[in-house]
Structures are given as structure tokens and as C-alpha cells.
Design a protein around this ligand. Sequence first.
Ligand code: PGA
Length: 255
Amino acid sequence: MRKIIIAGNWKMYKTSLEAIELVTLLKREVVDNAAVDIVVCPPFTALADVRDTLSESNVGLGAQNLYWEDSGAFTGEVSAPMLKDLGVAYVIIGHSERRQFFGETDETVNKKIRAALHHGLLPIVCIGESLAQREQNRTMDVIRTQCEGSLKGLTEDEMRKLIIAYEPVWAIGTGKTATPQQAQEVHKFIRELLGEMFGSDCAAGVRIQYGGSVKPENTKDLMSQPDIDGALVGGASLKSDSFSLIIKNSSDIKK
Ligand code: PGA
């Protein structure tokens, strides 16, 4: 059985004070929810305050990025041991904005996944095609290349710890959601691909989130698809009412 996992990617939003306000409201709204794994990924600067506000709650803490070396002369970077030290449990790796604006590639994503796993962080690995790639009917090829490159050399045991987030780039922050059928088609393909790479038993256990304009109104239809096991939520995770509604609308769906 795969437990639904809803994660909020706050991107470069929220000062510490704003972050504390948001999670104070959120934890009250979701206090009784044990049906769904809930995660928030604030910017680095708010991680410590969010951790303190969330202590003893059912909301997990995630970061949005990391660097693969443990320490060294890498100005501006943050390592896996530093995140662990802060009490971080999850880390988003290879978000399309990082691939697009900060030069991340499947190769760097692979290094980051290894560093995260080595230090006991749970990676949320993002993949997804651009609009041009979809229009050229290259979606599945792009997904295959990203999976093969990003997940290269991982063991089956390591793969079981990973969460994949399928985020079609054309649906991120645009208000254009993939239809549940479009998303399911790619999720199914990803699971089959993971089956080829790691065996079908392992693939059957991996959680695959959908991301891209997820909101309370489209959550149920998306989460009801057989291979969609959660959501990575951007814009709608910045307000406690919309994020908690997404969580609530996912709560009675069983995989
Ligand atoms: P969005 O972002 O929900 O605002 O489309 C999703 C993401 O980038 O993870």
C-alpha cells in the first residue's frame, strides 16, 4: 500500500515570521490527519523556525535543494549534514526551476540524490517535460532520459526511499493542470520504467506525486488515479486554508 504524500514547495516565499504564521495555522487544521503524509518545504532561512513551530506535529519538514559535498569551499551552498542537523527529513531535488535557471542536470540530480540518501534524507525527485517537448510528442522519451540519468546506479533499497514528483513544466504556476488522464498516463509510464530499472515489486511501492497547479478543486480527481500517490504543491501551499483543503481532499483515497 502506498500512503498519499502531500508536500508544499514554498519556493522563494515567506520570511521566518510569515512562515511561522502559516505553519501555526496549518498544524491546527491538519492535527487529526493520519491518513496522509504531510510535508512543508520552506526556504532555508525559515527551516529552523518552522521546525520549532512544527515540533510534535504530524507535519514533516523538507528543504528545496542541497549540495552533494558534505562541506568545503562552495560559497552559498548547503549540504546534507547541515540539513540533517536542522531536523530536515525530506529534500526536493531537481525541480524544473532549478534545472531551468540554475543549470541542474540529470547528472547533478543523481549526485544530490546519493548525498541525500547517504545522510538519511528522503529525496523528492522532480521530473517532467516542457510544453515544446509535449507538443513534439517527446514526453515519454524525456521522462525516460530523466529517470535513467537521475536514478542511475541506485540500488533497489535506495529507490524504495525515493519519492518521484512528475511535474509537467507547462503546468507549473500557470494554472494549467494536466488532466487526471494525462497525468495518469505518464505516472503509469514512470512506474513501468521503474519496474524495468528496479523490478516490479520495488516499482509498486514507490510513491509518485503529481505537481503543477494542484488546487483543492482538482485534488480528488488527480489523487483518485491509480498511479498518482500524492502532490507537490507550489502556489496553493502558501495559504493554510488551500493547502489543508488539498490534504483533506486526499484523505479518504486509498492506494
Ligand atoms: P504550482 O507549483 O503548484 O504553483 O504549479 C508546483 C511546483 O513547482 O512544485
